[in-house]
Write a protein that binds this ligand. Sequence first.
Ligand SMILES: *Cc1c(COP(=O)(O)O)cnc(C)c1O
Length: 371
Amino acid sequence: MIPFNKPYLTGKETDYIEQAVHSGKISGNGIFTQKCQNFFEKKYDIKKALLTTSCTDALEMCALLLDIKDGDEIIMPSYTFVSTANAFILRNAKIIFCDSKIDHPNIDEKKIEKLINHKTKAIVVVHYSGVACEMDSIMDIAKKHNLFVVEDAAQAIDSYYKGNSLGSIGHLATFSFHETKNIISGEGGLLAINDSRFVERAEIIWEKGTNRAAFWRGEVDKYNWIDVGSSFLPSEIVAAFLWAQLENLDKIQAKRKGIWNTYFDALKGNPLYTIPQIPNYATNNAHMFYLVCKSIKQRNDLIFELKEEGITAVSHYISLHESPFFKDKYEGEKLINCDNYSDCIIRLPMYFELNRQIQLNIIDRVLNFYS
Ligand SMILES: *Cc1c(COP(=O)(O)O)cnc(C)c1O
């Protein structure tokens, strides 16, 4: 069976883990953590980066940093992963789901403003498949209404909006290194802080509500409990694994883009389905390759037929407003574009070691289904 995803190892992961283990500092915020955080700050122009144990954790830190309270409203796309919403639900926020664009699963920036009222605190955008949302419009809306913007950049490492790296535009942003993403550490994530007002408090929340990070740097002579917090930082073992991946980012990205372009060139121009178009303002980081089929039946038939041929292709999110957890609480209007992506997206196998012959076979099978 050809898998949908296969985690890629650069070969250096275990060497670096061994170094971390023998260094005498295995808990978080050591040398490998610093290397990873510096990499993000320098390469992606992020004011302060903090490694976390997942993107989910980084999103929970955002909700704490923004002081989200009972009844605060947060606008986000419905077509996203549960963590985007859960992080704010945990702080008793009310989630206001917004529809996707007609031609892309990203949040439709033109539908945001009518969802804003005096209780709205933040807009959370998700760069689906690593393709940028319309950030100029979104930042303008946020500025006009005095709202915060969080970028859920879980899928968006090494991707750009008008030359600015994703994760460097919103007040806060989050990345994921889950084994299904481009750069991995098993489970892992990163919080990017671009608004300097949040830097000091973020580090405290990250370290269980203490000023231990400042203590380690010698800035204070005792460390104390000074705010709320939790255990958000990963051990050096995880950071060591991640460093081996980040060192090879360019190689990994080049390979994935080659695979993505092979799919694109072979599957473009067929009116029976659509494939992702990258807007002029965005780049492609080759996180995933998907087709939007014409109906749920066509999509499910294609998944079934590929499975018969030994190929694992998969659907993606069920719109969150249609989930068993949220369905009864949803009070908004129908989100037709989200529902369409829930029904019609199929994702094809996409991973570093996807062999060319196998990929050409996958493409043949898809074209065969449609002929
Ligand atoms: C993967 C993903 C997450 C969750 O990331 P974890 O690191 O597994 O917590 C959140 N949001 C989006 C859009 C994702 O794709």
